[in-house]
Design a protein around this ligand. Structure first.
Ligand code: FES
Length: 111
């Protein structure tokens, strides 16, 4: 099922956003970022112990480079690939999700 996440004009460059979506598995939290005009999305769950990556809804700890730090145990994730580059799940990755955009909105596909 294709789901609209937000309007295109509500997304700023280099800012992480959180959206909660209803899926067949229940409520799912996803993260969205736009960098250099391209969108990427990941499920908002750390591969270490499955905790959310926002310390409060939609609030993320970031490095100076814009990478995400898990507030639970400090794992650091590359903003482009989702790869854990430091911490207890080194070498594992966030689960990416498909993101599409048209001239008005940003979408994802959920099951
Ligand atoms: S749950 Fe994220 S580092 Fe442990």
């Amino acid at each position: 099922m294709i789901v609209e996440l937000t309007k295109l004009n509500q997304v700023e460059e280099n800012t992480w956003y959180e959206y909660s979506l209803q899926s067949s598995n229940g409520l799912e939290s996803i993260m969205l970022i736009k960098q250099n005009g391209s969108f990427r999305g990941f499920k908002n769950y750390c591969p270490h112990q499955g905790r959310r990556l926002d310390y409060a809804v939609g609030q993320f700890l970031l490095t100076e480079e814009g990478n995400i730090i898990c507030p639970a145990h400090g794992a650091e994730f590359d903003a482009k690939s989702g790869l854990c580059t430091n911490g207890p799940c080194l070498g594992q990755s966030l689960q990416s999700i498909p993101i599409e955009a048209n001239e008005e909105s940003v979408f994802t596909v959920i099951k």
